[in-house]
Write a protein that binds this ligand. Structure first.
Ligand SMILES: C[S@@+](CC[C@H](N)C(=O)[O-])C[C@H]1O[C@@H](n2cnc3c(N)ncnc32)[C@H](O)[C@@H]1O
Length: 185
């Protein structure tokens, strides 16, 4: 995502729905020393984990704040070179509002990079446990039309929403991501 966003030293970057701090922390490292990153999330408790990590890793050019990505209230317009949104957009109640807000805060010519999940059969981190559990219990069908993991598995929907928010799509690609889930015992 940093490569696609052409993130470089000196950039001003916004990471929406940063969660525990990615890709904000990686972007801050790349944009240092003069570049700065603002990472926002609606959930203060996950930002606390992001703050712990930035302190541990000595990242000083990243600000983390509670904010609703659908309004980005208080964030000045045309103030960022790059906006990043990894695995967040599909969970928003009004993703088009979030895309419009992202466009408002981007400088002219600025880049938005969005990562979403493909459809369930190609997302084994999701399908594998479902396949195992289906032998034991009835598994509910995936609802791809409500906010959730697969809302943008239909890339046509993502293209339409990006275009309706005023973005010009320059590039799209599928990337294989290894997912490992662990539960504390
Ligand atoms: C799956 S996590 C992704 C976190 C991180 N970007 C990553 O890739 O690891 C989705 C995040 O979206 C946040 N979120 C959901 N709705 C939001 C909204 N309207 N505004 C800001 N953040 C939101 C959640 O709190 C959660 O931290």
């Amino acid at each position: 995502m940093l490569g696609l966003g052409k993130v470089q030293a000196g950039n001003r970057i916004l990471d929406i729905a940063t969660g525990r701090g990615e890709p904000a922390i990686s972007a801050a490292t790349r944009a240092a020393p003069r570049g700065t990153v603002l990472g926002i999330d609606s959930d203060e408790s996950v930002l606390r984990l992001a703050r712990e990590r930035t302190e541990r890793e000595g990242v000083t050019n990243l600000e983390l704040a509670v904010s609703n990505a659908e309004s980005l209230q208080g964030i000045p317009q045309a103030s960022f070179d790059v906006v990043l949104a990894r695995w967040g957009l599909m969970y928003f109640q009004n993703p088009v509002a979030a895309l419009c807000a992202a466009r408002r805060v981007l400088k002219p010519g600025g880049l938005l990079v969005v990562a979403v999940w493909v459809e369930p059969p190609r997302a084994s981190f999701f399908e594998l446990p479902r396949a195992i559990l289906s032998g034991l219990t009835k598994i509910p069908a995936v609802d791809g039309d409500s906010p959730g993991t697969f809302y943008y598995a239909d890339s046509g929907r993502l293209s339409r929403d990006l275009e309706s928010a005023g973005f010009d799509i320059q590039h799209s690609e599928a990337i294989a991501v290894d997912v490992m889930e662990a539960v504390a015992s």
